[in-house]
Design a protein around this ligand. Structure first.
Ligand code: GDP
Length: 289
């Protein structure tokens, strides 16, 4: 993802020629504004960010060093949402996680990535196939789990996702699993039926975490869907998939700012190992080049 935002940031930053006066600060802010809007960052975030950077740079003394330092601080602040970071285990196993998101967002792949990440931490993980919306989803999970030696619980496609979730939990408790990751149904767009199903699964399992998988390449649409999912089922974490693609970087800033849900991981490729912790200042350093 970072390409577009990084390139435009770099070019905006490279254009900054401070001669330590207000005029050069204004033109630096103008370049930055264009870069941020081009990267699909919401205009309200841009406005607030620029205002903060302007005030701080003026207070500390107009110049390139203060400008860049202030920009870095404020971007990091936006991305640092208080709450859990990375993966947090419940005090009583199994830690139960619902994986939610729109179809095509990378939810199924991310579920297996997370299972693999936990397996490498010597945890016993059960993936549960509750995405019966997309016919190929269960098969996709079966293949991915089998290739990576991850346990999968699935039932017939005619089964009810809520009863699958219930049966999977029974198996997880009996099998002394540490973590249960439930791949829920995605849709092309949010609809009432999808939300009702998610709510029913949530009620059945009382999960410790609800992770929303957002496609970094879909810009403001990903932000809007995150907001809607959060309103309906209360998310506890966000995983940004396809962070390696050339999507627009505004997604990370937008989701953090508009949902106030912590970003937990980023997906950086199609392979199972391509999952990284979301670390705000590292992301900002990458953004600023
Ligand atoms: P789902 O419909 O949300 O379950 O989406 P899938 O898990 O099937 O993913 C859709 C496509 O996105 C697949 O081709 C995945 O390989 C791809 N994908 C998922 N995560 C990433 C990622 O982090 N980087 C890249 N480049 N591709 C990804």
């Amino acid at each position: 993802m970072l390409e577009v935002l990084t390139d435009s940031f770099r070019s905006a930053i490279n254009k900054i020629r401070f001669s330590d006066d207000e005029k050069s600060l204004k033109s630096a802010l103008e370049n930055l504004k264009k870069a941020l809007l081009k990267a699909d960052v919401h205009h309200k975030i841009v406005r607030d960010l620029l205002r903060n950077v302007e005030l701080e740079t003026k207070a500390k003394g107009i110049g390139q060093v203060n400008f860049l330092r202030s920009l870095k601080t404020h971007l990091t602040t936006i991305l640092t949402v208080p709450g859990h970071q990375g993966f947090v285990f419940a005090s009583k196993p199994p830690t139960t996680v619902l994986m939610v998101g729109l179809q095509g967002s990378g939810k199924t792949t991310t579920t297996v990535k997370l299972a693999n990440y936990l397996k490498l931490k010597q945890k016993k993980v059960l993936v549960v196939a509750c995405d019966l919306q997309r016919l190929a989803a269960v098969e996709q999970l079966r293949q991915l789990c089998s290739a990576n030696e991850i346990d999968l619980y699935f039932e017939d496609a005619s089964a009810n996702p809520v009863s699958i979730a219930k049966n999977a939990m029974k198996k997880a408790k009996e099998g002394l699993y540490d973590v249960i990751l439930v791949d829920t149904a995605g849709r092309l767009a949010i609809d009432a039926e999808l939300m009702d199903q998610l709510e029913a699964i949530k009620k059945e399992l009382t999960p410790d975490e609800i992770f929303y998988v957002a496609d970094s390449m879909t810009g403001q649409d990903a932000v809007k869907s995150a907001v809607t999912f959060h309103e309906k089922i209360t998310l506890s974490g966000v995983i940004l998939s396809k962070f390696d693609g050339d999507g627009k970087g505004g997604v990370a800033l937008g989701i953090a700012e508009q949902t106030n849900v912590p970003l937990r991981f980023i997906g950086v490729g199609e392979k199972v190992a391509d999952l990284e912790h979301f670390i705000p200042d590292r992301i900002v350093s990458r953004l600023m080049g």
